[in-house]
Design a protein around this ligand. Structure first.
Ligand code: MEV
Length: 324
């Protein structure tokens, strides 16, 4: 192949973040905000990566495990570690490659941008090198990349970027079941400027649970119960219940201590603008909110946009794909 482009979707958690760390279930969806990775042949044998949306570019060297950044100091340069590790998995013959990455997922907002980049990179580079990987293999390699780069990782993001759709996960995200949802869930995402640190937030909930086990354990059990109720509500398209369960989940996330003033402002503005439910999505402490907005997408999006960046997302039934 002279040129290959692959795309992979990002994700949003609908129910159960944080509780999922304690073996409770969660529901997450792939969203139609994607990473696009294009690989082309280069005249020399180097591998050059360009992420225009982040004004970030540089050379990666899979043999020596090195990254040489060209751009000035860039707070988003961490994404290149995922690209390097992904290329290492499927590099094949040592030929030169020009890798161009386009993102319509904001980075570091809890929307699975690094998994989407990882999955699309594995798909594009493997195809470019004439390897035919199955989706299962892509998902496995992508999980290995996250383990290598982050030290620890659940399979939520890499699973959704690979297969798309809606998933129910349990047992510390080891057990993943696709959910058949046959309607388009109308969702709006709002992103704060702050980037919560997932590791620190998970640790803060752990400490809170250690300090107040008799308070926190029932909260985690309540999240489990509402997440299981949400499966039924989503399957029945029970709009009122879906919204109420999201709002209850938000109250419990607040109790866990992962809410912020900025997230709260957006959450309540979304409800005031007609959202049936709204909550933090992901780790909190900054990052993003998700609002469920039947018939109110425009109102919620434009009102949220007056304070932070907001956009409508749809569920991406499709996962990773080679673009024609
Ligand atoms: C972060 O996106 C979701 C958390 O539940 C952490 C995790 O599951 O790894 C907060």
């Amino acid at each position: 192949f002279m040129q290959v482009t692959a795309s992979a979707p990002g994700k949003a958690i609908l129910f159960g973040e944080h509780a999922v760390v304690y073996g409770k279930p969660a529901i997450a969806v792939a969203v139609n905000k994607k990473a696009y990775v294009t690989v082309q042949k280069r005249e020399d044998e180097r591998i050059h990566v360009d992420i225009k949306d982040l004004k970030l570019s540089g050379y990666i060297d899979p043999e020596n495990n090195e990254i040489e950044i060209e751009s000035r100091e860039n707070s988003k340069k961490g994404i290149l570690n995922y690209v390097l590790s992904a290329v290492k998995m499927v590099h094949g013959s040592a030929q030169g490659m020009e890798i161009q990455i386009n993102l319509d997922i904001p980075i570091g907002a809890g929307l699975g941008s690094s998994a989407a980049v990882t999955v699309a990179t594995i798909a594009a580079v493997s195809k470019f090198n004439n390897m035919n990987l199955s989706k299962d293999e892509i998902a496995e390699y992508a999980h290995d990349v996250e383990l290598e780069v982050q030290g620890a990782a659940s399979r939520i993001d890499t699973t959704l970027s690979t297969y798309g759709g809606v998933i129910y996960l349990s047992k510390n995200a080891e057990d993943i079941v696709p959910l058949e949802i046959n309607w388009n869930i109308p969702l709006v995402i709002g992103c704060t400027q702050d980037r919560g640190n997932t590791g620190e937030l998970v640790e803060s909930v752990r400490l809170k649970r250690e300090g107040y086990p008799e308070v926190l354990n029932p909260i985690l059990n309540a999240v489990e119960a509402l997440t299981n109720d949400a499966v039924i509500s989503l399957q029945k398209k029970d709009e009122k219940k879906i919204g109420e369960l999201m709002n209850i989940n938000q109250g419990l996330l607040d109790a866990m201590g992962v809410n912020t003033t900025e997230l709260s402002r957006m959450i309540y503005l979304a409800r005031k603008s007609g959202a049936k439910g709204s909550k933090i999505t992901g780790a909190g402490g900054g990052g993003s909110i998700i609002a469920y907005c039947p018939g109110k997408i425009e109102e919620v999006t434009s009102n949220l946009n007056t304070i932070e960046k907001a956009f409508n997302v749809e569920i991406s039934k499709e996962g990773v794909r080679i673009e024609v």
